[in-house]
Design a protein around this ligand. Sequence first.
Ligand code: E4P
Length: 215
Amino acid sequence: MKIFIDSADINEIKKANAMGVIDGVTTNPSLIAKTGRDFKSCVKDIVAEIKGPISLEVTHIDTAETMFEEAKKLADIAKNVVVKIPLTEEGLKAVKLCRNHGINVNVTLCFSPNQALLAAKAGANYISPFVGRLDDISEEGMQLIDQIAQIYSNYKFDTEILVASIRNPLHVRDAALIGADVCTIPFSVIQQLVKHTLTDIGLAKFAKDWEKVPK
Ligand code: E4P
C-alpha cells in the first residue's frame, strides 16, 4: 500500500519524508489555509521535496470548464501534480476533459460506492473515499472501501483507491487489510503508526541491561 501524507505543511512533509515511507502528498483548500501561507510558495516547497504524486485541488468548481481551466494551470506547476476534482456532475465532466488532455486526476469527496463507480468510468486515476467523515456521522467508512474494492475488482477498473479522511491507526490497518492502493494520512497519525509501548519498554530494558555489560 502506498502512503501519502495528507498535509500542506512543509515541515511535516519533510519530517515524514525523512522516515522513508512517503510515496506522495495530498492537499485540499483547508490544509493549504491551515499553513497560513500563500498557495504558490506552499506548493513550490512541496514540489521541491516530493517526487511522487502531489494532489492539488481545484477551487473554481462552478462548471466543468472552469475546473478544466484551473486543472491545466495546476498541472503545469509540475509533472507529478495530480488534480483533485470533486465528485459532482460537472466534476465528472471535468474528469473526462482532464483525462483527454493527459492530466492525472484524483476524484475527491466520495461517499458512496456508486459515486466511485462513476469516477472510475469517467477515467479517474484515483478515487478518494472519505472514511473519517462517514464515521463522524455514524456510518461505516471502512465498509465503503470494501465495497469500492469489490466493484473495481469485478470490472477490472485501474482507478486506484486512495483512502482519505483518515483519523487513526485502525483506519490505516483496515485499509491495508482490504488491499486499498493508497492511504493518505495526517502527520499525527503517521507518528502514531510508529509508536508501540512495548517498543519503548523493550528499548528501556535493553539500555538498562547494557549498562551491566563490562566495557
Ligand atoms: C485528502 O485528500 C482529503 O481532502 C482529506 O483526507 C480530508 O480529511 P478530513 O476529513 O480530515 O478533512
